[in-house]
Design a protein around this ligand. Sequence first.
Ligand code: C5P
Length: 235
Amino acid sequence: MTVLTPRERLIVALDVPQAGEAERLVQRVGDAALFYKIGLELALADGGLRLVRRLADAGLKVFLDLKLHDIPNTVERAAAQAVKLGAALLTVHGYPQTMGAAVAGAKGSGLKLLAVTVLTSYDDEDLLEAGYRFGVAAMVQRRAEQARALGVDGVVASAAEAAEIRRTLGSEMILVTPGIRPAGAEAGDQKRVATPESAISSGADYIVVGRPITGAPDPRAAAISIVAEIAGAAP
Ligand code: C5P
């Protein structure tokens, strides 16, 4: 994998309800960040998906976090549309059919696919309740291995899972880690948080940071300080 600079490893989550508000945030962050995540809320806002193309045209990278899951034909065609929009990263749920279809849809393009193994809002009991035979840890590993076997480029993983996934899957898979809080920051609704430094040291290639940047009085300064924390971590 190409060596990323600390600034390239930060993904700012644009979790806001309006495209105009998202664009203003991007302007306020300025050159302190190069990569932005657009999730379901913003994608479904008026102009949300057009923003993917606008940011890509401005030389920024976009992580389209739509967590696709449908029949293979639909997922394959949706992934091909994400390629046309200019997204750099796209998430799909970690079901083998879904992952295989997304790989087919993105084939030959620059779009990288990430599998969501198990949502972090699920615990062992939730998985049992939903009818699964495995607990979270086993399911995360199983799906990460299936993702790699199917040609998915990487997985979304908490910092707690990152080290184990890195150990078992090697250096090729892209690991993207949300649930990041700078030292001393509010956790909010995140249950398991890690600092930028510990996430990177655990093997994350990219960290996703939302509110600590988007809710800061000075989003640019907050991003610069997080990039400095990334730079201070062991690669
Ligand atoms: O504001 P905060 O830094 O908590 O935002 C984290 C972002 O990462 C949100 O967009 C959230 O949906 C996303 N995410 C997460 N945990 C996951 C997957 C995605 O927090 N397991």
